[in-house]
Design a protein around this ligand. Structure first.
Ligand SMILES: NC(=O)c1ccc[n+]([C@@H]2O[C@H](COP(=O)([O-])OP(=O)(O)OC[C@H]3O[C@@H](n4cnc5c(N)ncnc54)[C@H](O)[C@@H]3O)[C@@H](O)[C@H]2O)c1
Length: 256
């Protein structure tokens, strides 16, 4: 695969960084998009040792910023073929404590970003005269409700729904839309969630990690690279006959 371009949000760390590295190995030029521009620049610099990448500062909750960043990607890298709407936040929000401000923030970032990312990608694909692939981050918490993650879990269910609608609406334009559903992945987000869950139980973080592992059929937590391998499949030609799906890549937590 040559001259293909992928835009990856939340790519300064965690799963997004692993996706950016993996898609570069697959032959894509990468737009490393994140609110954290310093982190994005570090990942882009690393990728530029062997491939091609640019770092872009973007708040994915802001529609105009997403459109501007995708425009810039087309100018700098010459095309857009794959959009990975990966950025998200996962605050611990027990149901009875959720505030309107938290609701607005989590839905704007996790769900708004997927709408804006889809819109910007469709505009770019059409301007380049070809179809493309859109890939959204859901979660095992978007398949089964997750305790204490009332807002987060709701957003991840919403993303599966939006993925299905977009798949149906965009097939006529040669665009496939799929989602990936990671389980428990060792990233800064997970460390934060695990720390808060452990605190509630009066335990330490290592205890929480053991509890997680007990509920995973393969007996270990996920590395970001496990998820990146799934996204590699969704971004490449082997998934051309797949659309509207939400692939579980969780070591065997949820069985459908
Ligand atoms: N870690 C897990 O166990 C897990 C499990 C299931 C799903 N996921 C999903 O995978 C995705 C990545 O998760 P992660 O664990 O790598 O998270 P992370 O917190 O480690 O990294 C998220 C990245 O997104 C960026 N970001 C946050 N808000 C942003 C905004 N408004 N605009 C632009 N960038 C923004 C952050 O700067 C950060 O670089 C998320 O959508 C998350 O919900 C994670």
């Amino acid at each position: 695969m040559t001259n293909k371009v992928a835009f990856v949000t939340g790519a300064a760390q965690g799963i997004g960084a692993a996706i950016a590295r993996r898609l570069s190995k697959d032959g894509f030029s990468i737009a490393v998009a994140d609110l954290n521009i310093t982190g994005a620049q570090q990942i882009a610099q690393e990728i530029n040792q062997t491939g091609q990448a640019v770092a872009l500062k973007v708040d994915v909750a802001d529609r105009q910023q997403v459109f501007d960043a995708v425009d810039k990607t087309q100018k700098l890298l010459g095309d857009l073929n794959v959009m990975v709407n990966n950025a998200g936040i996962g605050p611990t929000t027990p149901l009875e404590s959720i505030t309107p401000e938290q609701f607005a923030q989590v839905y704007k970032i996790n769900v708004g970003s997927v709408y804006w990312g889809i819109q910007a990608a469709v505009k770019a694909f059409k301007s380049q005269g070809h179809g493309g692939k859109i890939i959204n981050a859901s979660s095992q918490a978007g398949q089964v409700g997750s305790p204490n993650l009332g807002l987060y879990s709701g957003t991840k269910f919403a993303i599966r729904g939006i993925t299905q609608v977009a798949a149906k609406d965009l097939a006529k334009d040669g665009i496939t839309v799929n989602a990936y559903c990671p389980g428990i992945v060792k990233t800064p987000m997970l460390k934060d969630i695990a720390h808060k869950k452990a605190q509630v139980q009066g335990k330490d973080d290592a205890w929480m990690m053991d509890q997680y592992a007990k509920n995973i059929t393969l007996g270990r937590l996920s590395n970001p690279e496990d998820v990146a391998a799934c996204v590699s499949y969704l971004a490449g030609p082997d998934s051309d006959y797949m659309t509207g799906q939400a692939l579980l890549i969780d070591g065997g937590m949820v069985f459908n």
